[in-house]
Design a protein around this ligand. Structure first.
Ligand code: PLP
Length: 424
């Protein structure tokens, strides 16, 4: 990751006396006791990001809405953060609204646009494989009297763009389709969908807001909002080596939006509440850095991902890759292993020092078959035997070899136990 040092120097973070990295904080140190293969759940904060944030906890702690200089330092930091982010998204600075993370951004996008356009219609469209932050916001709208169409997906998790066109009615006001799926990594044709939505809106004669949840895409895909053609886009900092509890919603100028968080007039009246200055600074640096490293991260994780898939298929029977090979996030592996429940496999991996997941983090806690895999047509038994490995910049070939060995050993052992139980 060569470009990173140049970036650190440009931020003036290298060699400073306070440099956290000089005090021994490196990402490899943090990860040394765990083989971390759950980057889709969260990522460690990059030392460069932590360093950039540190000033705003103690020295420059002023409220950015205060008039005096201490507050104005915070205001300046927010302005600079907005500029960094706008450059990556190819948006205007005024189109970035800071939030508390991906969930809030998704909730606000759906509720805020649906409520703003309610006089034009009460129909919204989303897909059956969205994150619960979108799906539960859609259910809330249903409770409020809206009608929601949940677009089906094919067995690789893709939405058919024609079904989007067919689903739009004169009452449709919002379409929300994720850019990349958190469980199987499927990349949706968002730009194509956005084009259809815009031309339908023109014909119908009222706006239809096009939102995309790009939370999992950051760090891997181009987030240029002009090219994507979207009106709204959600991001969450902790997915790209920024801090947890901070995110953003891009809202294109002129997009109808009724604020969901009300109170003070922060974020130009679109999201009330004192801004998380340190978090926002951290997110902006993390986003800029992840954009610089995007190609390198893609080729690094792609090589490791292909190695895992090939090795598992060579060494195990009854294994199925969930999701496509093309148009898939380069760091995502999701497999179902015949006869193996996710829970004992994940526990075994944990004992061997490997952090992995089955489905999304939330479904992993409740261990219900993933709604994404079910929507892709997998039977419940296959959906419950899924294992997700999501890779990142710190993973190595040695870790992949070790992990594959552990998985193969665990699966063979669990299958023996299952067979012995059947005989008894
Ligand atoms: N959307 C997607 C696709 C996600 O993967 C996640 C988190 O896993 C979220 C939204 C929610 O983000 P946050 O954890 O910042 O609330």
């Amino acid at each position: 990751f060569k470009q990173k040092t140049a970036y650190e120097i440009s931020l003036g973070l290298v060699g400073s006396e306070m440099c956290i990295r000089d005090r021994g904080y490196t990402m490899s140190d943090i990860l040394q006791h765990t083989i971390y293969m759950d980057y889709a759940a969260t990522t460690p904060v990059d030392p460069v990001v932590l360093e950039a944030m540190s000033n705003f906890f103690v020295a420059d702690y002023g409220n950015p809405s205060s008039m005096y200089s201490l507050g104005q330092e915070g205001r300046k930091a927010l302005d600079e953060a907005r500029e960094r982010i706008a450059k990556v998204l190819n948006s205007r600075t005024g189109e970035i609204v800071f939030t508390s993370g991906g969930t809030e951004s998704d909730n606000s996008a759906l509720l805020g646009s649906a409520l703003a356009l309610r006089e034009h219609g009460q129909h919204i469209i989303t897909s059956s494989v969205e994150h619960h932050a979108v799906l539960h916001a859609a259910s809330l709208l249903e409770e409020l009297g809206f009608e929601v169409t949940y677009l089906p997906v094919d067995n690789n998790g893709f939405i058919n763009v024609n079904t989007v066109a067919e689903s739009i009615t004169n009452n449709t006001t919002v379409v929300s389709v994720m850019l990349a799926n958190n469980e199987v990594g499927t990349i949706q044709p968002v730009a194509e969908i956005a084009e259809i939505v815009k031309s339908k809106a023109q014909r119908i004669g009222h706006p239809i807001v096009m939102h995309t949840d790009a939370v999992q895409a950051a760090g891997f895909l181009d987030l240029n909002v002009q090219q994507l053609g979207v009106d709204m886009l959600s991001l969450s900092a902790h997915k790209f080596h920024g801090p947890k509890g901070v995110g953003l919603l891009f809202i294109k100028r002129g997009t109808p939006f009724r604020p969901i968080h009300v109170g003070g007039s922060q974020e130009r009246d679109r999201r009330a509440g004192t801004e998380n200055v340190a978090g926002i600074v951290g997110m902006s640096v993390a986003l800029e850095l992840s954009n610089i490293q995007r190609n390198e991260l893609t080729s690094h994780t792609l090589a490791l991902r292909n190695k895992i898939i090939t090795s598992l298929f060579e060494r195990l029977d009854g294994i199925k890759l969930n999701g496509p090979l093309d148009f898939r996030l380069p760091n995502n592996v999701n497999v179902s292993i015949e006869g193996i429940e996710a829970e004992p496999l994940l526990l075994g991996l944990d004992l061997a020092g490997i952090a992995a997941s089955s489905g999304s983090a939330c479904t992993a806690a409740s261990l219900e078959p993933s709604h994404v895999l079910l929507a892709m047509g997998l039977p419940e038994s296959v959906a419950s035997s899924s294992l997700r490995l999501s890779l990142g910049q710190e993973n190595t070939t040695e870790e992949i070899d070790y992990t594959v060995n552990v998985i193969v050993e665990l699966v063979n052992r669990l299958r023996l136990i299952n067979n012995a139980r059947k005989v008894r």
